[in-house]
Ligand binder design. Sequence first.
Ligand SMILES: Cc1cc2nc3c(=O)[nH]c(=O)nc-3n(C[C@H](O)[C@H](O)[C@H](O)COP(=O)(O)OP(=O)(O)OC[C@H]3O[C@@H](n4cnc5c(N)ncnc54)[C@H](O)[C@@H]3O)c2cc1C
Length: 467
Amino acid sequence: MPSPTILWLRRDLRLSDHPALVAAIGRGGPVIPVFIRDGQVDDMGAAPKWRLGLSLDDLAKRFEEKGSRLIFRSGEALDVLLKLVEETGATAVHWSRLYDSRSIDRDSKVKSALKDTGIEAVSHEGHVLHEPWTVETGTGGFYKVYTPYWKAVKDRDVPEPEATPSTVPAPDTWPSSETLEAWALGTSMRRGADVVARYVSVGEEAARGRLGSFMGHGIHSYSDERDRPDHDGTSRLSQHLALGEIGIRTVWHAAYRQLHDKGGAGPETFLKELVWRDFAWHLIHHTPHIRDTAWREEWAEFPWQKDNAEATKWKRGLTGEPIVDAGMRELYVTGYMHNRVRMIVASYLTKHLMTSWRVGHDWFEDCLVDHDPASNALGWQWSAGSGPDATPYFRVFNPQTQAEKFDPDGVYRKRWLDVDASDEAAAFYDAIPESWGLSPDDAYPERMIGLKEGRQRALDAYEDFKN
Ligand SMILES: Cc1cc2nc3c(=O)[nH]c(=O)nc-3n(C[C@H](O)[C@H](O)[C@H](O)COP(=O)(O)OP(=O)(O)OC[C@H]3O[C@@H](n4cnc5c(N)ncnc54)[C@H](O)[C@@H]3O)c2cc1C
């Protein structure tokens, strides 16, 4: 019998549409799926790490249904893989590629060290629609602006998703595994976990269910509804896509079929949003500093404040600006925030509060169950004005006007702020740490800063900065 293949899983926690899994099975021998808790996992924010644990639990069951197992090991990825190779007699390691600098550094070292010991080490496509280096401008560079990027890829072929394998061949004896219980990936969520758990949807089957219902109903009204936080108008696939519980090719083809069969603005707008995700990975690949420092280097000098008391109120939904506070509470209770509201709260923090986008970026990284390193970095730098294809700094969102336009009847704000009328608003007080000292009986706070005053302060700072 051919020797075993190790399948190293990371942000590809599914069985369908999985080129690395198909290739591992295709080698003919047993497949040993492994997830490694390395430094990258330890450094994840509280909510995404907890959400990862739920996903791994689900995936382990799916492997069992296929006659296989998911092995859990912790340590440096290379050490773990070399040890597994030695223990199992595996002659190959396969995985799905990632494109952020930390993953690239780790994976390159793993690849060359495995090859040095005569082990086949193969990375596969599948995390994005188009590999970042395959989309080039006319002069051979990478794209820094979304619209030309979209034009470059919109008619490109996307490979059809691979089918789910009927079985995953098992070795005669399994290597030992640590347990998710011992890993306790949800520890930092503390009491928030019970509340956020009511809102998450976990695993491949749930992801496929969501995709199916969105293709059946939501996609055709998507272009009209996607900006309305008071409506259920988006796919809610982000937490699944972030961990690869559903393959992006699967989502692309489903939407593409809708465009082909029924036409209309909805499917095309949705495909464009999927391409924003790809664009984010394209940028993090070509400009890895997008995650840590101002993407436009001159913006490193902008007089943003570091973390501060006003930013703390922003995090806790206590700014006195209802749409901002509603968004921040939605985030804390559900681990999710509507895209329109993400843009509003990001503009408010970086402009009205003149606080660095890094503060918001790091808070989102801690709180979002759909945290994605590429989309989060792009979303923040875009909103702050320091990023690629960014909204200009002088375009300051007025949260009140935004609220009137996108939450015209106040339904969203009521849902997250009115504790007497809404269980979800009340749940905020169950989720937050007791150390915040907040009670549902507290009066809603006064505005921290006048909207005109905050806007003017930001514009004055921008004028000084330009000159
Ligand atoms: C400040 C800020 C931070 C953000 N952080 C994240 C993050 O950590 N993780 C994340 O997945 N998205 C992030 N986004 C993008 C966007 O808000 C979410 O992808 C979207 O709200 C998810 O909801 P949905 O799945 O219902 O999206 P839908 O509207 O149904 O879109 C479908 C999919 O397209 C992708 N997508 C949609 N909009 C964007 C976008 N603007 N940028 C990149 N991809 C997009 C997502 O994968 C999404 O699941 C951020 C946006 C901003 C402004």
